[in-house]
Write a protein that binds this ligand. Structure first.
Ligand code: VAH
Length: 311
């Protein structure tokens, strides 16, 4: 079976559906700390990733072959609860790494983030390697997590693979406390009220990716034969970069009356200013043929098409 921890979250919600394309539904185990009504043909187990004993029973009950650990506190929320963010992001990871070794799990996926980069990193085409001085608990928990994953690879031979996701834009799940989540909320508000109050300044450029690309990239990475993953199994991934101002103009093509205004002094501005403006993902392109398919224009029309049906 495949265990997806954090299945109710922004990535988990969509990853579950994608995994069921290639795996029988009963072998895709959804797991989250928040309860969820039992969907038809869905296997759901409630667990807190920090509860090692509870997790152990799940590893014992199901023959877990792969684990996707998506549970985490994101950058903005993490700054309001720093200790909890560290406990969840790191102890949760260590619980999963230990159980994966103990129960001989074949492959583990753990998402990192462009939040591992900081003010000292190159701002444009930020490379796979180089200076990383993350300023948020979320960012340095992801950087520490990268080192833990590498340690379990080296020491126990565990096949752990990671992607440094940019900000992810999607319509199926609500935004989850991220600094880049303005790029999700703006669509909900544009359709509901034709206006949006943006907590980042108009020219704040950040690396983004449409969820369809992120899910496809994740599955591509996990299906790539190990020998192709040359030097490392942790990849920068890029989609496109955008600014709130540029996104507002794109949205106005679909919603002519759309208006945006900008709030000042939101703490998320400082977080966004510490991150890269764009990412270099040449290693992923080289090692496993990665290629993003969505840009700002196609993402915008897909978001508006879907949200107009559900909002
Ligand atoms: C956040 N969406 O904003 C996440 C992501 C790079 C940003 O890690 O915290």
């Amino acid at each position: 079976s495949i265990l997806v921890i954090g299945s109710n979250g922004q990535i988990g919600t969509e990853l579950i559906d994608a995994l069921k394309v290639t795996w029988p539904a009963y072998q895709v185990i959804s797991c989250d700390i928040r309860p969820r009504e039992q969907l038809k043909g869905d296997v759901f187990v409630q667990a807190d990733v920090n509860d090692l004993e509870r997790l152990k029973t799940i590893f014992e009950q199901y023959r877990i072959k792969q684990v996707y650990l998506l549970a985490a506190l994101l950058s903005a929320t993490g700054e309001t609860k720093p200790r909890y963010a560290w406990d969840l992001n790191i102890n949760g990871l260590l619980n999963v790494l230990d159980l994966s070794v103990a129960y001989r799990v074949e492959k583990v996926f753990w998402p990192s983030s462009i939040a591992v980069f900081g003010p000292g990193s190159p701002k444009d085409d930020t490379p796979q390697f180089g200076e990383k001085d993350p300023q948020t608990v979320y960012g340095f928990s992801k950087l520490a997590g990268e080192h833990w994953c590498n340690y379990y690879r080296e020491k126990y031979g565990l096949d752990v693979r990671s992607i440094r996701y940019p900000g992810l834009i999607s319509w199926k799940a609500a935004p989850g406390g991220g600094t880049t989540d303005y790029a999700v909320q703006i669509f909900h508000d544009a359709i509901a009220t034709e206006s949006y109050q943006c907590f980042l300044s108009a020219n704040t450029r950040l690396p983004m990716m449409y969820m369809d690309d992120a899910i496809r990239g994740t599955i591509e990475l996990m299906q790539t034969p190990l020998e192709k993953l040359k030097v490392f199994r942790l990849y920068n991934l890029a989609g496109f970069s955008c600014t709130p101002g540029g996104l507002a103009i794109e949205i106005s093509e679909h919603i002519p009356g759309f208006t945006i205004n900008y709030l000042e002094n939101d703490p998320r501005q400082q977080i966004a200013d510490s991150w890269p403006r764009s990412i270099d993902d040449s290693e992923a392109q080289k090692d496993w043929g990665w290629q993003a398919r969505f840009d700002q224009k196609t993402m915008t029309s897909d978001m508006i098409k879907h949200l107009s049906l559900v909002v």
